[in-house]
Ligand binder design. Structure first.
Ligand SMILES: Nc1ncnc2c1ncn2[C@@H]1O[C@H](COP(=O)(O)OP(=O)(O)OP(=O)(O)O)[C@@H](O)[C@H]1O
Ligand SMILES: [Mg+2]
Length: 331
């Protein structure tokens, strides 16, 4: 594998302050010793319940927040400790698209200003900026008439395509997509996903694709990583992980189809009892053990490490070899 991104032992603890003097009362371990790599041109899906640390990983990759520990390397260069000049160069190689496109645009600025801004601040020649914007708009199937509109005059799908265009204007190598289609109607979702796939091919992009929706992840990803309470539980080729999961947590996610949608949550609880515990007071041993139907004493006592169970397929479960075969998932 020729990794574009290498994440090793990444950690992010948030301080929780309380009381009259706002003293630090506890720490939230949002990301705890997470390691993975993404090959150039590949899409790695990142899946997990709300609060599992997916967006925190995304923000750490771009250094929008500072890591507590561990490292992120892009093309072999350290992101977490890069000095400002080097960081500026590294950041141009990374783009991010958030779930809510409207929130990442200035509501009082016309679309054309939102698109010009990254090019202007990065010193692009003024004469060429408009050409570049028009070319990128065409790539996301939008016409120039949108440039004079305000964000609220666009549909959700159009707004998200503008966000994608803006993220790609500086021709990054890595695009982090944090639930890019979760806020969109199903029909619009497919349209945006297909544009993302076309763009990936056209520009040779590498994607980290965060989503709750296993069907979406399966559609776009080569490999998938499953996160739970700040830890990676399973990672491997997308078909292997989602069709034949080796971790009870992934089995629980995969057992609901489509997973995570409100009307399916009852079904999911058949396997994963209760709500996830608090990140402040984490369970001993395996973090899943209070919810896991297969737990043994070792799961309460010893934290399982990721183990390679088949080529490229890793899971952090003491019992991975002895789990009952999961129910095949409806396709
Ligand atoms: N700035 C912050 N200060 C304190 N805690 C935070 C902060 N940002 C995130 N957290 C906590 O870190 C944990 C992970 O949050 P994160 O947003 O990464 O989860 P997520 O997997 O993206 O969830 P979702 O699916 O809801 O987007 C959560 O418990 C969250 O409350
Ligand atoms: Mg998130």
């Amino acid at each position: 594998m020729n990794p574009l991104v290498e994440v090793s032992h990444l950690e992010k603890h948030f301080e929780i302050r309380s009381g009259l003097w706002r003293t630090v009362s506890s720490h939230v371990r949002a990301v705890d010793d997470v390691s993975f790599a993404i090959a150039a041109g590949e899409t790695l899906g990142l899946v997990g319940e709300s609060g599992s640390g997916k967006s925190t990983v995304a923000r750490l990759l771009l250094r929008l927040i500072t890591a507590t520990g561990g490292s992120v390397r892009l093309e072999g260069r350290e992101v977490t400790t890069a000095r400002p000049a080097e960081m500026k160069a590294l950041r141009r190689k990374m783009g991010i698209v958030f779930q809510d496109p409207a929130a990442s645009m200035n509501p009082r600025a016309k679309i054309k200003w939102s698109l010009r801004r990254p090019l202007v601040t990065n010193g692009f020649e003024h004469a060429r900026i408009d050409d570049q914007i028009l070319a990128m708009l065409a790539k996301v199937n939008l016409g120039p008439e949108l440039l004079n509109r305000y964000p609220h005059q666009l549909s959700g799908g159009q707004q998200q395509r503008i966000s994608v265009a803006r993220a790609l204007l500086l021709r990054p190598r890595l695009l982090v997509l944090d639930e890019p289609t979760s806020a969109l109607d199903i029909s619009v979702q497919a349209q945006v996903l297909n544009i993302l796939l076309d763009l990936q091919e056209a520009f040779g992009l590498t994607y980290l694709f965060i989503s709750h929706d296993l069907n979406v992840v399966r559609y776009v990803s080569d490999r998938v990583a499953i996160m739970y309470l700040g830890k990676l539980m399973e990672i491997g080729p997308v078909e292997a992980v989602l069709q034949a999961p080796r971790h009870p947590y992934t089995q629980g996610l995969a057992a609901s189809s489509p997973p995570m949608s409100p009307h399916q949550r009852g079904r999911q609880r058949v396997l994963l009892a209760e709500q996830p515990p608090s990140l402040i007071d984490l369970p001993t041993g395996c973090r899943l053990h209070p919810r896991c139907p297969f737990r043994q004493t070792i799961c309460e006592e010893t934290r399982p490490e990721l183990r390679e169970l088949a080529p490229g397929h890793w899971a952090a479960c003491h019992l991975a070899e002895n789990l009952p075969a999961p129910q095949p998932r409806d396709t």
